[in-house]
Design a protein around this ligand. Sequence first.
Ligand SMILES: Nc1nc2c(c(=O)[nH]1)N=C([C@H](O)[C@@H](O)CO)CN2
Length: 117
Amino acid sequence: MDIVFIEKIEVATVIGVYDWEKTISQCLTLDLQMAWDNRLAAENDDISKALDYAKVAEAVEQFAANSRFELVETFAERLAALLMQQFGIVWIKLKVTKPGAVATAKGVGVEIERGCR
Ligand SMILES: Nc1nc2c(c(=O)[nH]1)N=C([C@H](O)[C@@H](O)CO)CN2
């Protein structure tokens, strides 16, 4: 299977376990790898056969804007499930980074892999 990827997309969302985090919007950085057979799209030079990364990015931004979770784990799990269902993705690897959450680290977060390649 081939991969369609989106690197370091920055989204705003309400996320965090502490009370002060529930009243503000914070930035998350996401890296996505999605399995897709690119041959049909390439053969016909046809976007309708491709996994349109612009449409995926739009869905990611919309999901983040409308979600409110405590854990990055929950954010990752729900987003992965949504994208797999909405776009017919059979395998996804998703890294969610919360920059600045730990003062001494550049970023912290989770990486999950769901489905089969
Ligand atoms: N495994 C996790 N640990 C922590 C999370 C999380 O989402 N997953 N969240 C926090 C706080 O919200 C923190 O990011 C605030 O700075 C702490 N640990």
